[in-house]
Write a protein that binds this ligand. Structure first.
Ligand SMILES: NC(=O)c1ccc[n+]([C@@H]2O[C@H](COP(=O)([O-])OP(=O)(O)OC[C@H]3O[C@@H](n4cnc5c(N)ncnc54)[C@H](OP(=O)(O)O)[C@@H]3O)[C@@H](O)[C@H]2O)c1
Length: 277
């Protein structure tokens, strides 16, 4: 299976399909990521918040793959938005991963009550200049957050990682991202399983002789977003990678997009202010 590469706005290439690690317990992470790398994944999405960067780094370092063959993303946790804290948090992330650089580093949440993420972005730009992150971006940014960041920053975020799945298709944020040459990454792409028994998805899956998860993941791929489904189950890790030997019709894609209910499974970025103590 050949995973398409997407070129980010600074020329860095990212595999369109990766492996998500949210809610994989730290002690299980190295094994799960090793299984994913063996299955062919070359893009791993983690975050300081997930507490499992060490396991991700261990699996990458022990995989036998050259570092240049694996794309690693991590994210700045919510307690580190001040300039100096952000720089220190990046160094801690690299130490925990046991890697010299990450391919992509993101501000995890905009945090409206914490306020000024433009200082945070200045620190992200510094990490980028130092080569500690090959690309920098944001996560959970609404268009108005992006506009504020773009007004003060000098580097345009390479990606905006947001919740997207058939019950929450996020057309407005995806369009805003595209308008700034920012790639959309779709988190919780199968809505943590909640869209898999939808009758429309099941009908298409039966016709194509694929699983509902494969159909939904293929829908993301054909829309052009980057996805990284999470599974701790080896069979599903393989299943979620097998997306490149079938296609949806235009009508399939339209039917899945029409399932939109504006229904989030995660928090609203305009209201989410959680900072770990
Ligand atoms: N930036 C952010 O704020 C943010 C927020 C959330 C997530 N993310 C990222 O996005 C990644 C993916 O999102 P997610 O983990 O929330 O949800 P997801 O990938 O949509 O769904 C994961 C859930 O679906 C199950 N599953 C996976 N493949 C399946 C299949 N083929 N058939 C049936 N069930 C399947 C998994 O179960 P098992 O593990 O038991 O197999 C798990 O319970 C995360 O891991 C993380 O890297 C980012």
């Amino acid at each position: 299976m050949t995973v398409p590469m997407i070129t980010l706005n600074n020329g860095v290439q990212i595999p369109q399909l990766g492996f998500g690690t949210y809610q994989i317990p730290p002690e299980d992470t190295a094994d799960a990521v090793a299984t994913a790398l063996k299955a062919g994944y070359r893009h791993i999405d983690t975050a300081e918040m997930y507490g499992n960067e060490a396991g991700v780094g261990e699996a990458v370092r022990n995989s036998g793959l050259d570092r240049s063959e694996v794309f690693v993303t991590s994210k700045l946790n919510n307690g580190f938005h001040d300039y100096d804290d952000a720089l220190a948090a990046m160094d801690q992330t690299l130490a925990d991963l046991g890697l010299d650089y990450v391919n992509l580093f993101l501000i995890h949440w905009p945090l409206p009550e914490v306020g000024d993420f433009t200082e945070t972005w200045r620190a992200m730009e510094e990490m980028y200049r130092q080569g500690k992150a090959r690309a920098i971006g944001v996560s959970n940014f609404q268009p108005h957050h992006l506009n504020k960041l773009l007004d003060s920053g000098t580097v345009v975020p390479a990606v905006n990682q947001i919740e997207v799945h058939p019950y929450f298709v996020q057309s407005d944020v995806r369009e805003a991202n595209a308008g700034h040459d920012i790639v959309t990454e779709a988190w919780s792409p199968i809505a943590q399983g909640k869209v898999l028994d939808d009758p429309t998805v099941v009908r298409i899956a039966e016709r194509l002789e694929r699983t509902p998860a494969q159909v939904v993941l293929r829908w993301h791929i054909e829309r052009g977003d980057v996805v990284f489904p999470k599974s701790a189950t080896p069979k599903r890790i393989e299943e979620n990678f097998a997306l490149f030997d079938f296609e949806l019709t235009d009508a399939d894609r339209a039917d899945i997009t029409a399932l939109d209910k504006g229904e989030r499974i995660g928090p609203n970025p305009d209201e989410f202010n959680y900072v770990p103590s």
